[in-house]
Design a protein around this ligand. Structure first.
Ligand code: ZN
Length: 279
């Protein structure tokens, strides 16, 4: 796909997003008073005024998933009053998380975090890959909707990761023409797993690759997005990996330290994108 086509597409996406969310969110100027605090991991954190800190937002997601799993969901922000509020107010003053996850029908994002309307900025794409359009959407969620956390959420039994594993172990089948350029982002994760566990049963390769694919997505995001790197380094946002179990409803949270270690690696990589803003 040519650079020009992707760039135009990205601009159209951004224009559409601005139209949807209002120009005040684009400017983001009403969040000028940061509230600083120290996170439990010792990283400095700042939240836009009225927004939770990154750790507070993660706690809200964790607690929401616990309610979902235990059948005690509150189903917040689902009533007509919230819809009216959504039509009148800026999502940038309310949404507390950006989540990128798979398109799989077994991964209902708001339900599994017991969240509602105007709570989560969601990007869904088969295999939760982070290519240019997804990175642009994430940048919008973090920098313009001002969400203090991004969750890269993989899931058990992911068909996209399974298909790539099958193809890379000689059990592939013909794919529709647009699928290979989509799933090529997953290949490095599967290759890394195959190298680390030679001869392991396919089900284990798939399981490990699903987690590796989350780290791969975070790495791709940091490689592509200087603005995201800055937000994480400044403590204004956290990027966390997680795996949703489609058979239990439970989110397994992956070690946050791994994100910082990936960020350190990317900072040393001369291939990373350096200009934060489009020209
Ligand atoms: Zn999937």
């Amino acid at each position: 796909m040519s650079f020009v086509v992707k760039t135009s597409k990205q601009i159209i996406l951004m224009v559409a997003l601005v139209a949807l969310t209002g120009l005040t969110a684009w400017a983001g100027s009403h969040h000028e008073q940061p509230v600083a605090e120290q996170s439990e991991h010792g990283h400095h954190q700042e939240a836009p005024k009225g927004k939770p800190t990154p750790d507070e937002a993660i706690k809200m997601l964790r607690q929401g998933n616990e309610r979902f799993v235990t059948g005690t969901s509150n189903h917040p922000h689902m009533d007509s009053a919230r819809i009216i509020q959504a039509g009148r107010e800026d999502q940038g003053d309310h949404a507390y998380a950006t989540v990128i996850t798979c398109s799989d029908s077994r991964v209902p994002v708001e339900l599994l975090f017991d969240a509602g309307i105007m709570d989560i900025f969601v990007i869904r794409v088969a295999g939760n890959v982070v290519d240019v359009d997804e990175a642009g959407s994430i940048e919008y969620g973090l920098s313009h909707v001002n969400t203090p956390v991004l969750v890269v959420l993989g899931h058990t039994q992911c068909g996209a990761v399974t298909a790539v594993t099958a193809a890379m172990t000689g059990h592939g089948h013909p794919l529709e023409c647009n699928i290979p350029p989509l799933v090529d982002n997953i290949q490095p994760a599967v290759q890394k797993t195959l190298d680390a566990y030679p001869g392991a049963p396919t089900r284990d390769i798939i399981r490990f690759s699903i987690e590796e694919n989350v780290w791969q997505g975070i790495r791709e995001l940091f490689m592509r997005s200087p603005s995201t790197r800055e937000l994480v380094k400044n403590g204004q946002a956290k990027v966390v990996g997680a795996i949703y179990n489609v058979g239990t409803g439970k989110v397994k949270w992956l070690p946050e330290e791994q994100t910082f270690s990936i960020l350190d690696d990317v900072e040393k990589d001369p291939q990373k994108t350096k200009n934060a803003m489009a020209h």
